[in-house]
Write a protein that binds this ligand. Structure first.
Ligand SMILES: [Zn+2]
Length: 117
């Protein structure tokens, strides 16, 4: 699973998304930034909340499939007509709410003050 990148804003105004643990040397001013300065447990916390959100989406998709698939296979193929309905419900009901909460988590992500090396 992709880890959320850390956005470094250089003092000269340059910005760059860097993976945790990597360093970046600004092309403009030559300052060197090291994301390893971020405490590992704080980054882990961020990872956990991102993972929880992704898991929620997976579980919701899995539950709908677990309900629909046996109906189609064992009860009646006409239940397949419910699939588009379930997808609409997913797109209209679940996704927007999920995205909103995901964005809120992303916004409340901690900001760290790094020091150029
Ligand atoms: Zn710079």
């Amino acid at each position: 699973m992709a880890k959320p990148p850390i956005t470094i804003s250089c003092e000269c105004g340059e910005k760059r998304d860097v993976a945790y643990g990597e360093r970046w040397q600004c092309e403009k001013c030559g300052r060197s930034w090291n994301t390893a300065q971020i405490p590992a447990e704080e980054y882990e916390q961020l990872l956990r909340s991102v993972r929880r959100h992704k898991l929620e989406a997976l579980v919701a998709a899995g539950v709908s499939a677990a309900i629909l698939a046996p109906l189609i296979i064992f009860v009646s193929a006409s239940f397949i007509a419910l699939v588009p309905l379930a997808m609409v419900g997913w797109l209209v009901g679940f996704l927007p709410r999920w995205r909103r909460r995901y964005r809120r988590t992303a916004r409340s992500a901690p900001r760290w003050q790094l020091y150029p090396e």
